[in-house]
Design a protein around this ligand. Structure first.
Ligand SMILES: [Zn+2]
Ligand SMILES: [Zn+2]
Length: 268
């Protein structure tokens, strides 16, 4: 079983799962190593579920370090972060990352000009193409601005949310922007994440689409992490058999895990 490097527990506002339940489930699934990647999104807009996505790092590290020790003979537990990247919070995000000893940091785009594509108003009064373009340009701005993350999370996950899903989406439709994102990531030595949540949301592919994974490889990218993005235990490691086939078909012989922000390569 591949190592799951994108997991949430109740330290993320949109999960109620106990970290210990996550660990027990991963052990049952036969995983050797997992990484918690709790959300931090500063000043998340209060207009929907009233979520506060500010991570309580002190409580998080306290509990996870205890559990890490408790389970050390059975599974290697690592402590990471999913940082919602927004240029308006550049200093706060960099301070959060620099002031804590995370094993692994996923950089993600959750808010595009302060709007979350998870909610329908992101798509209101404009075409899907315009929405997707704005989203990818936002990612490009983020990857140019930020240096302090390890992989970019669920690169094209916006296609999960319009009513038409991926009907009007393809890598080639946004190839110019996506190539620039990938080239910037590779130049900075950053990876991409393959997030099986796309399959869970009814798409026929993970995020990003295999065409993007293939393109990342073609352009010289080497760092691919695998994550379920599970917020409940039932989704831990979900669809990882399919992910393994997909990334092999994209030309990868290794996938990557991180410890102390350093990549470790594992043969598929
Ligand atoms: Zn995310
Ligand atoms: Zn996540």
């Amino acid at each position: 079983m591949l190592s799951d490097f994108h997991l949430h527990s109740h330290y993320s506002a949109d999960s109620e799962t106990l970290p210990e339940d996550v660990i027990e489930t991963a052990i049952k699934l036969g995983m050797k190593c997992i990484c918690f990647t709790e959300h931090n999104d500063f000043e998340f807009p209060k207009n929907h579920d009233n979520f506060d996505f500010t991570l309580d790092t002190k409580a998080y590290f306290n509990e996870l370090n205890t559990l890490k020790e408790k389970y050390s003979s059975r599974i290697d537990v690592r402590i990471g972060l999913e940082a919602g990247l927004e240029i308006c919070f550049e200093d706060r995000i960099n301070n959060l990352i620099n002031n804590n000893s995370f094993d692994f940091v996923i950089g993600s785009s959750h808010l595009i000009n302060r709007l979350d594509p998870y909610y329908p108003e992101f798509f209101e009064n404009r075409t899907e193409k315009e929405c997707f373009e704005e989203y990818f340009i936002n990612i490009l701005d983020n990857v140019k601005t930020f240096d302090n993350f390890d992989v970019y999370g669920h690169l094209d996950y916006i296609v999960r949310y319009p009513d038409t899903k991926d009907k009007y989406y393809s890598y080639s439709a946004f190839g110019d922007i996506i190539d620039e994102i990938l080239r910037t990531l590779i130049y900075k030595g950053k990876g991409i994440e393959v997030n099986s949540g796309g399959l869970r949301c009814g798409l026929t592919f993970p995020n990003p689409h295999p065409d993007i994974i293939k393109r990342y490889k073609e352009l010289g990218g080497e760092i691919l992490t695998i994550g379920s993005d599970a917020h409940t235990t039932e989704y831990i490691g979900k669809y990882f058999d399919r992910i393994e086939d997909i990334i092999k078909a994209c030309g990868f012989e290794y996938y990557t895990i991180f410890k102390n922000r350093k990549p470790e390569f594992i043969k598929l």
